[in-house]
Design a protein around this ligand. Structure first.
Ligand code: PGA
Length: 251
């Protein structure tokens, strides 16, 4: 059985004053059925890891460099994230693919670096609205997984997040059938590539406008093993009910 994962992506939000959200989340979920993860800005990772130390909340980064060290001003190596207390790192988020021109090859190299540092990579894929309307969703998602995920994936090393670009931060969500189609497709692709033994344990998250009001129905879709949540992960008052809904789906 795959343990469900509720992952929060704070993006470029949050400061020291928001660390209290971790205690609030942990108080509401002292022993969640699901695994719970928050990925704050890099500057907050070490303090969040301290704040989360005696709680079930895990901490992750939002990106890493492909190299272990070097002359790369402004970048952070996977080993640095791990040293700061991260156990996961989000890679290939559509905002990084768009804002920083990250290619599948870049994400592939970063994923290898994350694995070498002992981190679990949360590799993000998803189509634009134009691609969906052109009927190219599965081709795009399949190509991104092929190009972004290195050989050697396992449940400990890899989580896949399906995030339609047009659903992120927009309040628009695909139909449950559309989510199910893509998640089933991704599962089949993972089985083809890594074998049923590994692929059956790799979690596939849905991301894009997940809120307390729509979480339960999304978590009822086959092969949805949790969510990658942006806006609704910033406050325990929003993220807590999403964790509750995921716990109920996993129970
Ligand atoms: P959203 O973001 O929940 O605010 O739509 C999701 C994401 O980008 O991971």
């Amino acid at each position: 059985m795959r343990r469900k994962l509720a992952a929060g992506n704070w993006k470029m939000h949050g400061g020291a004053g928001d660390l209290a959200e971790i205690a609030a989340l942990a108080a509401a979920h002292p022993s969640p059925v699901s695994e719970v993860l928050i990925c704050p800005p890099a500057t907050l990772i070490s303090r969040m890891a301290e704040a989360a130390a005696d709680t079930p909340v895990e901490v992750g980064g939002q990106d890493c460099h492909a190299e272990t060290k070097g002359a790369h001003t402004g970048d952070v190596a996977a080993g640095m994230l791990a040293e700061a207390g991260a156990r996961f790192v989000i890679l290939g988020h559509s905002e990084r693919r768009a804002d920083h021109g990250e290619s599948d090859a870049d994400v592939h190299a970063k994923t290898r670096a994350a694995w070498d540092a002992g981190l679990t990579a949360v590799v993000c894929v998803g189509e634009t609205l134009e691609e969906r309307e052109a009927g190219r969703t599965l081709e795009i998602v399949g190509g991104q997984i092929d190009g972004s995920v290195p050989n050697g994936a396992s449940p400990e090393r890899l989580v896949v997040a399906y995030e339609p670009v047009w659903a992120i931060g927009t309040g628009k969500v695909p139909t449950l059938d559309q989510i199910g189609e893509v998640h089933g497709f991704i599962r089949a692709q993972l089985v083809d590539r890594f074998g049923a033994g590994a692929a059956d344990g790799i979690r596939i998250l849905y991301g894009g406008s997940v809120k307390p009001g729509n979480a339960a129905e999304i978590f009822g879709v086959a092969d949805v093993d949790g969510a990658l949540v942006g806006g609704a992960s910033l406050k325990a008052a929003d993220f807590g009910p999403i964790v509750t809904a995921l716990d109920a789906a996993g129970a």
